[in-house]
Design a protein around this ligand. Structure first.
Ligand code: 13P
Length: 256
């Protein structure tokens, strides 16, 4: 890995009550207190953001949302704006997660709008991309990644500039919640492709600085071989981020 600071992020999805969330971050903060050299982020459900923010005071752990609307405010029943995320203390937001794309019909165009809105607010977007099993079996993985990157970063392509903080997460859909991790070689191939795409569209500096996370059944016992790959700069962890011991294990093992 180049000079990029690793990031281990937990996507809690639709899990945990407020009390459970606070208890989890308290344990994680305790578990990593002597552990430095990487960034750690948790993305709780909206209902727990405020309480988790409070629990994270005096810890180095950052707070992120799992989604947002691109408008600042208005008649959008059931939605949360980026401004609301910054207001509650978020610094990051996951955008275009495959569950949003596949279960809630989120298009690349919607993800693009959200990314632009997040960047304007100073939120760091974590743009998720990844292929389904059928797409991989048809040999379409790299083509799908290119389509998702092109569509989800359309505004950046038009402006010929990308937010230097933007993070990409490669999450093969077939590896999410299935216990099937992409092999380090499969993950590295996708990450290298993403970095090459960034390089050809936004230049070498943007490509070298960009952190690309792997997501999909990351566990304490598979993180180190993933992190050993040149273009893997961290992980976006689902199930294993819901238990302090496994999330702390991933953070500790990610440094080899
Ligand atoms: P799992 O770690 O549960 O496979 O989930 C990955 C994920 O979707 C993170 O965003």
């Amino acid at each position: 890995m180049a000079n990029r600071k690793p990031l281990i992020a937990g996507n809690w999805k639709m899990n945990l009550t407020i009390n459970e969330a606070v208890s989890l971050v308290n344990s994680v903060a305790e578990g990593i207190k002597d552990h430095q050299g990487m960034d750690v982020l948790v993305c709780p459900p909206f209902t727990a953001l405020s309480a988790v923010k409070k629990a994270l005071e005096n810890t180095p752990i950052c707070l992120g949302g799992q989604n947002m609307h691109w408008e600042r405010a208005g008649a959008f029943t059931g939605e949360i704006s980026g401004q609301m995320l910054t207001d509650v203390g978020c610094t990051h937001v996951i955008l275009g997660h495959s569950e949003r794309r596949l279960l809630f019909g989120e298009s690349d165009e919607a993800v693009d709008r959200k990314i632009s809105a997040a960047v304007k607010l100073g939120l760091t977007p974590i743009l998720c991309v990844g292929e389904t099993l059928a797409q991989r079996e048809r040999g379409e993985t790299l083509k799908i990644l290119e389509t998702q990157l092109t569509g989800s970063l359309a505004h950046s392509l038009k402006d010929k500039a990308i937010d230097p903080k933007l993070i990409v997460a490669y999450e093969p859909v077939w590896a999410i919640g299935t216990g099937k991790t992409a092999s380090p070689h499969q993950a590295q191939e996708a990450h290298a492709f993403i970095r090459k795409w960034i390089r050809s569209n936004f230049g070498n500096q943007a490509a070298e600085a960009m952190r690309i996370l792997y997501g999909g059944s990351v566990k304490p016992d598979n993180i180190s071989e993933l992190m050993a790959q040149q273009d893997i700069d961290g992980a976006l962890v689902g199930g294993a981020s819901l238990k302090a011991d496994s999330f702390v294990g991933i953070i500790k093992n990610s440094q080899g």
